[in-house]
Write a protein that binds this ligand. Sequence first.
Ligand code: 5AD
Length: 361
Amino acid sequence: MKKIRGLIDRLERERILTEEEFCSLIDGMDGEDREYLFARARRQAQAVYGNVIYVRGLIEFTNFCKNNCYYCGIRRGNSQASRYRLTKEDILECCREGYGLGFRTFVLQGGEDPWFDEGKIESLVRAIKAEYPDCALTLSVGEKSYETYKKWFDAGADRYLLRHETADPEHYARLHPSDMSLEHRMQCLKDLKAIGYQTGCGIMVGSPWQATEHLARDLIFMHDLNPEMVGMGPFIPHHQTPFKDRAAGTLSLTLILLAIVRLMLPQVLLPATTALGTIDPMGREKGVLAGANVVMPNLSPVSVRKKYMLYDNKISTGAEAASNIRELKQRMEAIGYAVAVDRGDYSRCPDIASIAGYIKL
Ligand code: 5AD
């Protein structure tokens, strides 16, 4: 449809549309429009980052969580979840393995586990940065105070992921119990940006009660926040949560959102997520071909991997495992991309030195 092409062209030019226009775009696309959108998004990613995909080693270091989000498999109320915490030594061992495999970014992700208090995380950050000063460290451990975020930043943490989940307060309240609020999450995101973290927000695509208007508002929120990273994957039900009977988000809608975000925020670090790889065996490749430029293979010890089950059937083997970086590299090369080993900071165009540093296996 002519109208849809016009909207895509304008999004590329002006980097923003109105809420109504985003809704028309998301709801009005046919197969050809989608291909056009993906091609534009790909071109945009390549203009900023070249044919380069950044890898991050994901260390899921605790699945204890004090929160009770209705969608999440490691919610406090899931008494059937088998809980674990990695020790500092375990975590450093994951980094050691990752470093050897070529990873130069580590992502420490966990539930909101009070056992890992400010001081423990700070000492983890210091230990990792002391041993791997050439690596970037990303934290993803939920909502904390400005002071805590600042301590960790001063200890050397570079980036922070905190999905906002939805920019609509009523929708937020349907996904979370009343002790959590969108307002507080937004405050956290603002604090993270103000402190100087490369900050990531994001959503689940197709979460229960999510309407196109919500997605349009999410996009406008992202535009205004201007995050360095955006994490977006499909919602996938977990059988031990209140949302167990809900439908999963679709591949198609997730790809559309990835491509729109790429056009809106050309420099953003945009992962093809594990959830995308879970709903489609070629999900990660399709994500990259819709504008994603990051993948985050799992560096957690094999013994705990199945326990970090945010949703059913979460993949953790094959190219999803950091140890299989070779397979990931081959899969990316098969679609015309190279996997880079450098830190892959925001808007850092790959130069000759980093091209010489592509993982050679
Ligand atoms: N399906 C997809 N993504 C989920 N997350 C949590 N539960 C699910 C689910 N059931 C996502 C949330 C959270 C991130 C760590 O994982 O968006 O922010």
